[in-house]
Design a binder for this molecule. Structure first.
Ligand code: NAD
Length: 703
């Protein structure tokens, strides 16, 4: 058996080092060896105290994700009982926390009688991010240590805290100046404890954590947060567990926590969040690209166009400490672009996210220019000029002339054909699409568009650089709208058509936000600009000529100058941040429906859900079949990170799997018939969906 514990005796101390690279995940083998080591120290009369530490830089990042949802996570010794046993040892046990103590790792530290951490350590209980709650005593021991309110805050947020904050909260007893001095600090704490014959387990500072909590605290907390949690159950379970800590003795509280954990683990919400977790680890893995694919060195970056997107893109690189040159055609446009970047950074300072000094450092990395000669030696150039093929092609011709050989030439186009852009250069293998989402310095999604000629090392390099700037890169093939915007088409189409058939914008959007989406699709169009989608539509009228009826309302709003939030009116009327249905829009919808001969009727919420969401799903499956997307989890990531689809539903395709693929197909078929000629035209099930259902498959994958 592999040795996962380093056991050393030093005088009266047993030093027990967790040695399971890379992060001391608490899998079954490590748990077993840890228990043995602690029993050995407990039985050794020469040992007066135990110090538990990580052999590398990390104490423990928590449970072993490979065991998630499987029997192994509860194989003996399971973590909850191991920690109960550790908490019963009759010798002081000191956790020496270096690097990270997260999830089960922090619960392990909580089961020790004493805790010290190095100054750079981070401590947290992030289980909620996977739809879970701490299941090895975290919800019961933490409130007894730092109080119910602070514990609730820490567990519901899932955010780690610093060692200094942990000291202030009373979560640890001492902070070592750095990782090198951590063990010495732990040793001296242990020797002090031995010298003063301290108890193995000091009394809990908050033995009765409920005592200081105001009456109705939990009910009020639930009521205040219900809207923010939408339909999620994990935060509710956390509150229940902390309430149990306030009302039950420890052993009973632990049992209650165990029940709640099992419920959470079996929930569709946790399953969805775990799906997203694994999707993020898979994304960017491509057949043919492996660790051996060469990476082009990238140190100098240039961005063409200092508009909304160009400025945000430049900020990403400056934030990652990389120099970036921002090129514009005209001096005033450049000045405006640089000013906007400055304002965005100032906003971060005001929100306390960055210090003025950090902003100065970042601004110093961004250089404006009007001269292409200044970007001749850039390793990566990202074009973000107007969305017009001739303009972009002209920019790429110039880049082809001036840029050094081997430079990666990327376009941030949201709709145009990357191959047509690459074709005007003599180096199409170096051209790739990098589709950032707005605001580009905030949104994590990056669609990496692989052109027909894009070289593997260009793709590998852009994937790597994307991670360096903190993005989730999803590879897409070339098609109109790539993955995200192409799926947006049928989803939006149904929303628009439903307005003509009798629904109101608020009704459509409420169904979607009810599903957990951050925003309804019509509110989203108001935010993005009705003028923007109009211009995209104009560029491809010939392709959608067979049925433009559903576009007529959007076109009419454009004609009225109702561009959305920026004009305080679009699908909705805006008063400040408030939006409400506008009788003028409802009348317009009715009038257009009359002109098109569309029968108006009451529309059920179920129909709105089915038509918008199932058409979204259907298009995603079609994209997978066409090979535009690599895997269904990539599609889910695009919608979670670019379009506000709730991660706790896993993403549209994971959600469809939960509905049942046969059910999805059946409902699409239902609308195909029920909606007459319109249904016949648009409710065509993806061939892959039909094949999956015919072969009885529950998961969406290419077959
Ligand atoms: P924008 O109009 O805000 O900015 C475009 C900038 O490019 C302007 O500052 C303009 O002066 C400059 N420019 C135009 N031609 C140029 C040239 N030949 N050389 C140098 N600079 C030139 O537009 P935007 O919203 O930033 O969009 C830029 C690109 O990003 C478009 O392709 C767009 O489709 C894409 N995009 C936009 C969004 C979005 O939400 N705005 C999202 C994703 C992708």
């Amino acid at each position: 058996m592999k040795n996962l514990i380093q056991y050393r005796c030093e005088d009266s101390l047993a030093l027990i080092g967790l040695s399971c690279a890379p992060v001391n995940a608490l899998g079954q083998a490590l748990r077993e060896q840890l228990l043995e080591a602690c029993e050995r120290a407990a039985a050794d009369p020469g040992v007066k105290a135990l110090v538990l530490h990580g052999e590398g830089l990390v104490f423990s990042a928590g449970a072993d994700i490979a065991e998630f949802g499987s029997a192994a996570s509860f194989a003996r010794p399971d973590l909850p009982s191991l920690l109960v046993r550790l908490s019963e040892l009759d010798k002081p046990l000191i956790a020496a926390i270096g690097g990270l103590a997260l999830g089960g790792g922090l619960e392990l530290a909580l089961a020790c009688g004493y805790r010290v951490a190095e100054a750079g350590a981070r401590l947290g209980l992030p289980e909620i991010k996977l739809g879970l709650l701490p299941g090895a005593g975290g919800t019961q021991r933490l409130p007894r240590l730092i109080g119910a309110e602070a514990a609730l805050e820490m567990i519901v947020s899932g955010q780690p805290i610093t060692a200094q904050r942990a000291l202030e909260l009373g979560l640890i007893e001492r902070v070592a100046p750095d990782a090198n001095s951590l063990l010495d600090t732990a040793r001296s704490v242990a020797l002090e404890l031995i010298a003063r014959q301290a108890p193995a387990h000091p009394a809990w500072p908050q033995a009765n954590p409920g005592a200081g909590v105001p009456a109705n605290y939990f009910a009020d907390y639930r009521a205040a947060n219900l809207g923010r949690w939408k339909g999620q159950s994990a935060p509710q379970r956390v509150v229940t567990a902390i309430e149990a800590a306030c009302s039950l003795p420890l052993a009973e509280g632990l049992a209650r926590e165990g029940e709640l954990f099992k419920e959470a683990e079996a929930s569709s919400e946790s399953e969805a969040l775990r799906h997203v977790f694994f999707a993020e680890r898979e994304v960017g893995k491509l057949p043919g690209l492996d660790a051996g694919t060469p990476i082009r060195p990238i140190s100098r970056v240039a961005v063409i166009g200092a508009g909304t997107m160009g400025g945000g893109i430049a900020m990403n690189f400056a934030n990652a400490g990389m120099a970036v040159t921002l090129l514009e055609l005209k001096a005033d446009a450049l000045a405006r672009g640089l000013e906007l970047i400055g304002k965005n950074y100032q906003a971060s300072v005001q929100r306390g996210k960055l210090t003025a000094a950090q902003v100065d450092e970042r601004l110093a990395l961004i250089h404006g220019t009007l001269d292409y000669a200044d970007i001749a030696d850039a390793d990566l150039v990202i074009e973000a000029v107007f969305e017009s093929l001739p303009i972009k092609q002209q920019v790429f011709r110039t880049l082809d002339e001036v840029c050094k050989a081997g430079a990666i030439l990327a376009s941030n186009t949201s709709t145009l054909d990357v191959d047509a852009i690459a074709a005007v250069t003599r180096r199409p293998q170096d051209v790739v699409g990098l589709h950032f989402f707005s605001p580009a310095n905030v949104m994590r999604l990056l669609e990496v568009v692989r052109g027909t000629a894009t070289a593997p090392d260009v793709l590998a390099t852009t994937l790597k650089i994307a991670k360096r700037i903190g993005k989730i890169p999803v590879v897409s093939g070339v098609c109109f709208g790539f993955i995200g915007n192409r799926m947006l088409e049928p989803y939006s189409r149904e929303a628009h058509r439903l307005l003509l058939e009798g629904a109101t914008p608020a009704q459509v959007d409420k169904v979607l936000t009810g599903l957990g989406l951050a925003m309804g699709v019509l509110a989203m169009h108001d935010l993005a600009g009705i003028d923007v989608s109009f211009l995209v539509r104009e560029s491809r009228r010939d392709l959608i000529a067979h049925d433009q009826g559903y576009c007529k309302l959007a076109d009419a709003l454009y004609g009225l100058g109702r561009f959305g939030q920026k004009t305080s009116s679009g699908y909705y009327l805006y008063e400040g941040r408030e939006r409400k249905d506008d009788p003028q829009v409802l009348a317009l919808a009715e009038q257009i429906a009359g002109e098109l001969g569309i029968q108006r009727r009451a529309i059920s919420d179920q129909e709105i859900h089915d038509r918008c969401v199932l058409m979204l799903v259907n298009e995603g499956i079609q994209l997978l079949d066409e090979g535009i997307a690599q895997r269904s989890s990539d599609i889910d990531l695009v919608w979670n990170n670019g379009y506000g689809f709730p991660a706790w539903r896993g993403g549209p395709l994971h959600y469809a799997e939960g509905l049942g693929l046969a059910q999805v197909l059946q409902r699409i078929g239902h609308y195909r018939e029920a909606l007459g000629a319109y249904g016949e035209m648009w409710f065509q099930p993806a061939a892959l969906l039909e094949r999956l259902v015919a072969s009885g498959q529950a998961r969406i994958e290419r077959i």
